[in-house]
Design a protein around this ligand. Structure first.
Ligand code: PGA
Length: 248
């Protein structure tokens, strides 16, 4: 049985005070659960939020990670720096990074490796744009995004990684993939990995992301290959994030 996982992606939102309040609000409502939960917070809020989550079930992650280990790379934050603040997870290749900041499949693969070198679990985000979906290129795009990582890190690296399928057309648009649309791609991803290593495919957590909210989470999470969610907008409110978490 795979463990379920729900991850909040706060993106570039909030203040130090609201970040602290949100983390405390989530912790207060966790209750007893077999599923895992984490939040990926803006870098500058990591020190404070890492204090807040200490000793709780709420895990901590970053929204990006440098593709190099140290040196003259102005503006970047390394894996070892993130480790100092107890980051367990790092998003890599979020579509906003790919489309606005030029992250390529290759640089995403390098970021993924940097995370693993510090024992931080990379959450590898993959997904197609609307145009690619309409051109029937969804699976090809996903293959290329996965292959870049497999070529650099090897299939066995997925022993300690999470994949998030996030159709770009569903992110922040209010347009969620239907349960079946999401399941189809999740199943495809698992089969793609199974062709190389069945044991890893059975074990790897594949999260859905893209306008997931309390109203649609239960249906998505009931799909056999959907192991949880990567939640943007709805993770900025403790109550709605907790509702999603408890619907797993
Ligand atoms: P959304 O974002 O839930 O606001 O669509 C998801 C994500 O970008 O990870």
């Amino acid at each position: 049985m795979r463990r379920s996982l729900v991850v909040g992606n706060w993106k570039m939102n909030g203040t130090l005070a609201s970040a602290e309040m949100l983390a405390k609000g989530i912790i207060a409502g966790l209750g007893a659960s077999d599923a895992d939960i984490a939040v990926c917070v803006p870098y500058v809020y990591l020190p404070r939020v890492s204090e807040v989550v200490k000793g709780s079930q709420l895990g901590l992650g970053s929204q990006n990670i440098a593709d190099k280990s140290s040196g003259a790379f102005t503006g970047e934050i390394s894996a070892s720096m993130l480790k100092e603040f107890d980051c367990q997870y790092a998003l890599v290749g979020h579509s906003e990074r790919r489309s606005y900041y030029g992250d390529t499949n290759e640089s995403v693969a390098a970021r993924y490796c940097q995370a693993q070198e510090q024992n931080i679990t990379p959450i590898l985000c993959v997904g197609e744009t609307l145009e690619q979906r309409e051109l029937d290129q969804t699976f090809q795009v996903i293959n290329e995004q996965l292959d870049a990582v497999i070529n650099l890190a090897g299939i066995s690296s997925f022993n300690k990684a999470v994949i998030a399928y996030e159709p770009v057309w569903a992110i922040g648009t209010g347009k969620t993939a239907s349960d079946e649309q999401a399941q189809e791609v999740h199943h495809y991803i698992r089969q793609y990995i199974a062709a190389k290593d069945q044991t890893i495919a059975d074990k790897i957590q594949i999260l859905y992301g893209g306008s997931a909210k309390p109203e649609n989470a239960q249906g998505l999470f009931a799909m056999p290959d959907i192991d949880g969610g990567l939640i943007g907008g709805a993770s900025l409110d403790a109550e709605s994030f907790l509702k999603i978490f408890h619907s797993i």
